[in-house]
Design a protein around this ligand. Structure first.
Ligand SMILES: Cc1ncc(C[n+]2csc(CCOP(=O)(O)OP(=O)(O)O)c2C)c(N)n1
Length: 644
């Protein structure tokens, strides 16, 4: 493994205490070394990239000015916290970032006392930090500071506004730092983004801002405010508010900035000042995502999480293959929705902030009036789709399975109870790999199948995905329809098959067999196929059924299976508690079948990060696990040599 050596100054920073004594020049040097170290490590080991580069100066300034872990710094999303991890004792094992049994790619309370709040999903920082600040106040810890760092993308979510709405009247010293780089993963969207640009460039604003800073500049750093100065600041701010009605001031958060988030001196001075200003406040800083790596600055979406790359030439490494490879499920979704929309003019596409990740961007480019990115607003995405559905539109609402958790009430209240035919494409369903526990789409089978009116399906390959999408948009379907599929490649290089309607609630028998039946749901059917191939060489002949739907279940097929087999294995890429296997057990219990059943899926524990292969193995539903389970269940028939 290539050794990466941190710069000379960074090598001496084992905890934030080592940063306190540095001069401004040394802090500047530290930012250069920290940035280089992030580039070195991410180029070789992968991970999120542009976001951490953009907050290098902020990270150094925060750890210089504040006294973590006593002072609490809460990072929103946490994909930008690599610098924070490196400065807080994790420099030397940072190469294990996002690897199996290594460091988590996001702040994680069980990993470090400096990680104040576990994250991965966005827009939680203000509420969490406010909770900490309120607890500190209650405990009488008057000197304890709390800082939430949130991006302009994360700020678009309702949760962030709920937090600010409370923070403005909660009488704590909470400091919110708005890291504004005009980007989410893709360019940020919506009126808020335009508002932030307006206050950054407005001349009226800038003059008033200078007045405020002049008032602040008169203060000795670290001084407590006299009444006179406090009222002067108040006055400056109020005059600003009346002239340009600042959104944050309207929410009773004192607004400071915008300042250049790459100017370490300015950041340190400002944070030192704000540390002593009582009450809830927001500092607006302007940064460039990918700062210091020009390719990342110029193509910020591509460099959000680029994979491995050559840090000198900037070439992003792609595996090279001799033969055509299967496409990603995401791309099949992206191309198929266009094909369908071209034929059916009531089709719309909606994504909450994942146009590139979901590949809805293809449709957004081709049919901008029918495909939308609504920002990091899963709840809104679902209710917006429901609203459109009331008007007869067929909306493909594409949300990552784990992010859909945030919109659960909308799914039930706004869609299912009214039985509106919204089509939910749940991307990244199942284990997702290196993003880890916060991002696994482990629960959707369980949380969707318990809702009346829902149809819940999963394709085993690209062609099935196309056919399910085709079926869901047909006029004959008038119920909410979930299609869940995993991250990454499918199995069919020739994926563009002609559309065929799939009868709702009908599975398919892929292979006849004897003694044992394997029932799979979605992509793990391919693991079952591989296991069956292996078992065949050992003299076993299992049957294989791709059930396609967990709701409604193919009861006719299940009756046939239960009458023929007394040993059954179910396989799913989802939590076993309440999932597909459980649905099969419920059926058996209702109809009084009593075969021996083994349920393979994600066990009832938190699965952290790793490669998909490692995690599926750990969870126990890969081909090996299926084959092993079949052997054990069939041990009377299997030669003993295969049982070891
Ligand atoms: C609830 C939720 N939805 C979507 C995402 C996926 N996501 C991760 S980072 C990100 C962009 C965040 O933008 P911003 O807060 O501005 O931070 P930046 O990356 O620009 O530094 C998105 C959409 C998420 N983490 N959580």
């Amino acid at each position: 493994m290539i050794e990466i050596t941190p710069g000379p100054l960074l090598s001496t920073i084992d905890s934030p205490a080592d940063l306190k004594k540095l001069t401004v020049d040394q802090l500047q040097q530290l930012t250069n070394e920290l940035r280089q170290y992030i580039i070195d490590i991410v180029s070789l080991h992968g991970g999120h990239f542009g976001a951490s580069l953009g907050v290098v100066e902020l990270t150094v300034a925060l750890h210089h000015v504040f006294n973590a872990p006593y002072d609490q710094i809460v990072w929103d999303v946490g994909h930008q916290a690599y610098g924070h991890k490196i400065l807080t004792g994790r420099r030397d094992n940072f190469a294990t970032n996002r690897k199996y049994k290594g460091l988590s790619g996001f702040p994680n309370r069980s990993e470090s006392e400096y990680d104040t709040f576990g994250v991965g999903h966005s827009s939680t920082s203000i509420s969490a930090a406010l909770g900490m600040a309120m607890a500190a106040k209650y405990k009488g810890e008057k000197d304890r500071k709390t800082v939430a760092v949130i991006g302009d993308g994360a700020l678009t979510a309702g949760l962030a506004f709920e937090g600010m709405n409370h923070a403005g009247v909660a009488d704590t010293d909470l400091l919110i730092i708005l890291n504004d780089n005009c980007m989410s993963i893709d360019p940020n969207v919506g009126a808020l983004k335009e508002y932030l640009t307006d206050i950054t460039t407005s001349q009226t604003y800038n003059k008033l801002k200078d007045d405020i800073w002049r008032a602040l500049g008169k203060l000795p750093v670290g001084a407590h405010f006299s009444r006179e100065i406090a009222s002067k600041i108040e006055h400056s701010i109020k005059s600003f508010v009346s002239k340009s009605s600042n959104l944050f001031e309207a929410l009773k958060l004192r607004y400071f900035g915008p300042i250049d988030g790459h100017n370490i001196t300015k950041l340190v001075d400002t944070l030192n000042d704000l540390k002593n200003i009582p009450g809830p406040k927001l500092l607006h800083i302007i940064t460039v995502k990918g700062k210091g790596f020009s390719l990342a600055e110029n193509d910020q979406t591509k460099w959000h999480a680029p994979g491995l790359f050559d840090k000198i030439t900037g070439e992003i490494y792609k595996k090279k293959f001799e033969t055509p490879q299967p496409p990603k499920y995401q791309d099949v979704f992206g191309h198929t929705i266009i094909e369908l929309a071209e034929k059916n003019n009531i089709i719309f596409g909606i994504t909450p902030a994942m146009p590139s990740g979901s590949s809805l961007k293809f449709m957004m480019e081709k049919m901008p009036e029918r495909a939308f990115d609504v920002g990091i607003c899963e709840q809104h995405a679902v209710t917006l789709s429901a609203g459109m559905a009331t008007q007869g539109m067929k909306v493909f609402c594409n949300i990552y399975s784990s992010f859909m958790q945030r919109a659960y009430d909308q799914v039930i209240h706004d869609v299912a109870i009214q039985d509106l035919p919204v089509i939910f494409c749940l991307d990244r369903a199942g284990l997702v790999g290196e993003d880890g526990a916060t991002h696994h789409g482990a629960y959707d089978i369980a949380y969707m199948r318990c809702i009346p009116n829902m149809i819940v399906s999963a394709p085993m390959n690209e062609s099935e995905l196309r056919n399910l999408m085709y079926t869901a948009q047909l006029e004959s379907n008038n119920h909410p329809f979930v299609i869940r599929y995993p991250r990454g490649e499918g199995v069919m290089p020739e994926w563009k098959t002609p559309f065929q309607e799939i009868p709702i609630g009908k599975g398919r028998k892929l292979k006849d067999g004897e003694d044992i039946a394997i029932l799979s749901f979605g992509h793990p059917g391919n693991f079952a196929t591989a296991a069956i191939r292996e078992l065949k060489t050992e003299g076993l002949n299992p049957a294989h059924y791709d059930m396609r739907f967990v709701k409604p279940l193919d009861e006719t097929m299940l009756h046939e299976i239960c009458k023929k087999f007394d040993k059954i294995i179910t396989v799913e890429d989802g939590a076993v508690s309440g999932g597909f296997g459980t649905a099969i057990l419920e059926f058996m219990s209702f109809h009084n079948y009593k075969p021996e059943v083994k349920i393979l899926g994600i066990p009832d524990k938190i699965i952290e990060q790793g490669t998909l292969k490692e995690l599926r193995h750990e969870a126990g539903f890969d081909a090996q696990a299926i084959a092993r389970t079949a052997r054990e269940m069939m041990k009377d028939k299997v030669k003993s040599s295969f049982l070891q």
